[in-house]
Design a protein around this ligand. Structure first.
Ligand code: ADP
Ligand code: MG
Length: 305
């Protein structure tokens, strides 16, 4: 039985172009769909890295997810050696590289990014999926810089959801290096942990976006010391850049050892650090709806000619 959602041969449907990326387990190519001439990214994963027993259900879910902030997976092909994911093409690269190349984000810029991540993760959780490997390397983005204010608007796409379950946990850890974004209960647990591991990771990502450094860090690869810091939730905010009280509190309610006491997605939205942006977005949505319903936007010009 084929794991592909398309039982055909990849080459019959797509022209495979240049390689545009390389991951720990994969190569990513540009591809053009023959029937539509539309461009996609084709992610090829060698089957020997994958726990085949778990893949089928995950692939079925991945190809059903539809959300503006989640990388769209159109279909999947399989041959003797590889699985090929046909993905929405994102030109901007990884959020990780943006932080490395351009430094930390302002609080307003980071709020836009975090809200999109929260929306994406909420959608995944509502569909019974925990990402479990959220980090700036797994967030693709396209940047638009406002030429006047230099404000960096990022349109983000959460990628690699579902994939973390397909790989052997130990292999994933050893290949991906530092477990910087891993929640304490993952390090402590004998197996069971919940989707709130993603909220811990969002706390770490917020810290990284705002400061350009990691909350939990050890020189070299001293993982034992790093694990101890994570388990003890032992981190401090840097003096520079100085974060607002609201930003620090937002991170604090996510970096909570006890998963049951960690902030939930609705609590994050209502938090003073994010609530003004949430309200602005809701107002924009309402305005869009009322114009698309055909009602005339209210202008104050009562001078009817
Ligand atoms: P892995 O999960 O094996 O680490 P990634 O999914 O991170 O592999 O892909 C490796 C690289 O390929 C990424 O860093 C990115 O540059 C590129 N890439 C992956 N998916 C896409 C995509 N949908 N559009 C454009 N580039 C992509
Ligand atoms: Mg990746």
């Amino acid at each position: 039985m084929s794991l592909g959602t398309n039982p055909g041969r990849l080459e019959d449907f797509y022209v495979i172009g240049k390689r545009i990326g390389k991951g720990a387990f994969s190569s990513v190519y540009e591809g053009k769909e023959k029937s539509t001439q539309q461009l996609f990214a084709i992610k090829a994963i060698n089957k020997k890295h994958i726990k085949m027993k778990l893949v089928e259900r995950e692939i079925a879910i991945m190809t059903k997810m539809r959300h503006a902030s989640i990388l769209f997976c159109k279909e999947v092909f399989e041959n003797d050696s590889h699985i090929y994911f046909i993905l929405e093409l994102v030109r901007g690269g990884e959020l990780y590289d943006k932080i490395v190349d351009h430094g930390e984000y302002t609080e307003e810029e980071a709020q836009e990014i975090i809200l999109q991540i929260l929306d994406a993760v909420e959608y995944l959780h509502q569909n019974g999926i925990a990402h479990r490997d959220l980090k700036p390397e797994n967030i693709l983005c396209a940047t638009h810089v406002d030429p006047e204010s230099n404000f960096r608007h990022e349109i983000i796409k959460v990628a690699d959801f579902g994939l973390s379950k397909m790989f052997d946990r130990e292999e994933l850890m050893s290949q991906c290096g530092s477990p910087t974004y891993v929640a304490p209960e993952v390090l402590l647990s004998k197996g069971a942990y919940t989707s709130s591991v993603d909220l811990w990771a969002i706390g770490v990502i917020t810290f990284v976006l705002l400061t350009g450094c990691f909350p939990f860090f050890e020189e070299g690869s001293n993982y034992t010391a790093l694990y101890q810091k994570i388990i003890a939730v032992d981190y401090t905010f840097p003096e520079e850049p100085e974060l607002s009280k609201e930003a620090q509190h937002f991170i604090k309610i996510l970096l909570v050892k006890e998963p049951g006491k960690r902030a939930t997605i609705p609590q994050c939205r209502q938090h003073p650090w994010l609530a003004p942006l949430v309200k602005r977005k809701e107002d924009e949505q309402k305005a869009k709806k009322s114009t698309s319903n055909g009602s005339i936007p209210n202008n104050n010009n009562n001078d009817v000619q």
